[in-house]
Ligand binder design. Structure first.
Ligand code: ATP
Ligand code: MG
Length: 463
């Protein structure tokens, strides 16, 4: 940076540090061009030097500044975002919660800023900011939160960073249990180790046992070679027992022993093996009730829920809908290389809908919308019919807006070019058996997600 530019930037920096803020200039690739010395006051000596020339995503996280990060997307679209929360990684002690504001730099007079400076970022510690907590969105490990309920969940996750305690995540389907399990692992002492997930609901008892513990050759017909179990694969890392409420009683005893005594036997072998895993379990079931009804072992229940975290349903934390929707839209759009935004009406429709399928349903609705939307701005008529239905002024299904009708009429050709549209019942069957997870259903039908969305649109299918 030339010296008069440096002087100009230093003057700005001093003004910002007097306000308790750190000021950074970023180039088009979101690399740090200049950072005020106030960063050293925040993070320790040498921090500002260490940041220079590096990508801002390295410090503030991919969830905000990666390819699909909402703040990157906002800057690329020439927009300003204020007061987003981010956790700064502070080695070795942990993390620091910050408030981040970003804006495109506006035509500065020559000599004030280096030519490459494209964006401005202002950072301030937000730890003490109890009064406003819950108002600004936070991102941690890919989890976006603005509501009190979800910010509390993130706080719990954060407090687990140096712990190896077993965690039990509960919450309705689609609330983000899988995502949180991953975030906990990624910020745990075992983050360098493997993260191994088992879906306990997906397999019959015998297969689940081999899946978990492995088997030796000849253990049963068809066991032609040894098989490594998930407990072994997860050694040194985290074992994620998804849908743990579905583990059959007989296997619960073996699971308890593996967790409590840290030993288990492979199927078909009597020699014990030691385990070294941290367990995170999740379920959408009411385990306490399952215990009362004798379907789930009480001792296993307490062994798993050393650290219980309950994720509230999306309908009870409406403040999250907008930031999560923006985040997911950027992610979905990035997959097809599109920069998309919501029209105010579309956003209003999203906010008015109760989201019984939680964030997963929101994500599916956005994928649907992105597929059918012709332009860059999503309109209400691009959203799935059930989302629209809730905001209509009339009872019953609202008449399709003119634009949507034209598009529906114009589209069947495109859908059919991917092969004949199967009968409606076949689509419903595939969707039902995949719990309306479009990716899975599309896989089962052997078509792309986009094709399935188009077919669903043709039959006006929705959950
Ligand atoms: N707070 C959030 N911020 C951003 N993305 C989220 C959030 N919560 C959930 N998601 C996204 O929503 C989708 C569903 O989340 P996830 O699969 O973790 O839910 P789940 O509770 O495990 O659901 P299920 O019970 O159906 O398995 C994922 O794509 C996830 O990345
Ligand atoms: Mg899940």
């Amino acid at each position: 940076m030339e010296s008069n530019q440096e002087t100009a930037f230093s003057a700005v920096s001093v003004a910002f540090s007097s306000l308790g803020r750190v000021c950074l200039a970023l180039d088009r690739q979101l690399r740090v061009l200049h950072v005020s010395g106030a960063l050293d006051d925040l993070l320790g000596p040498g921090a500002s030097r260490a940041w220079s020339g590096r990508s801002i995503a390295e410090f503030l996280g991919d969830e905000l500044f990666g390819e699909a990060g909402p703040l990157r997307q906002a800057l690329l679209a020439g927009e300003r975002r204020e007061g987003w929360r981010a956790w700064l990684r502070v080695e070795p002690s942990g993390t620091l919660l910050c408030s981040v504001t970003v804006a495109p730099l506006q035509h500065a007079p020559a000599g004030v800023c280096p030519k490459e400076a494209a964006y401005l970022l202002v950072l301030r510690p937000a730890e003490e900011d109890e009064a406003t907590r819950g108002l600004a969105p936070t991102a941690f490990g890919g989890v976006i939160a603005r509501s009190h309920g979800m910010t509390r969940v993130l706080k719990l996750v954060q407090s687990l960073q140096s712990s190896e305690a077993s965690v039990l995540l509960t919450g309705e389907s689609g609330t983000g249990k899988g995502l949180l399990a991953r975030a906990i692992h990624d910020h745990s002492p075992r983050r360098a180790g493997p993260f191994v997930a088992v879906n306990c609901a997906a397999l019959p008892e015998q297969l689940l046992e081999t899946e978990l513990f492995g088997h030796v050759r000849g253990a049963f017909t068809g066991a032609v070679r040894d098989r490594v179990g998930r407990f072994e694969l997860a050694a040194g890392g985290t074992l994620f027992l998804d849908e743990v409420g579905d583990v059959p009683l007989h296997l619960q005893a073996k699971l308890l022993r593996a967790l409590q005594e840290r030993t288990y036997e492979r199927v078909g072998e009597s020699r014990s093996k030691d385990t070294d895993v941290r367990v995170i379990a999740a379920t959408h079931r009411d385990l306490k009730r399952a215990v009362e009804e004798g379907r789930f072992r009480e001792d296993l229940f307490y062994r798993l829920r050393v650290f219980p975290i309950e994720i509230p349903p999306l309908r009870t934390r409406r403040e999250d809908v907008e930031p999560v929707a923006r985040y997911l839209l950027a992610r979905v759009g990035a997959r097809s290389g599109r920069e998309l935004r919501f029209s105010p009406e579309a956003l209003r429709a999203l906010l008015a809908y109760p989201w019984p399928g939680n964030v997963r349903e929101l994500e599916n609705a956005l994928e649907y919308a992105v597929t059918v939307a012709p332009g860059q701005t999503l309109q209400p008529e691009d959203l799935p019919p059930e989302v629209m239905g809730r905001t209509g002024v009339t009872d019953g299904p609202p008449p399709p807006p003119a634009g949507a009708l034209e598009r529906t009429v114009a589209r069947p050709r495109a859908a059919r070019s991917n092969g004949a549209v199967p009968p409606c019942e076949a689509l419903v069957g595939a969707l039902e058996s995949s719990h309306w997870r479009v990716t899975e259903a599309a896989g089962a039908l052997g078509v792309s997600r986009t094709t399935l969305w188009r077919w669903m649109r043709e039959y006006r299918l929705s959950r």
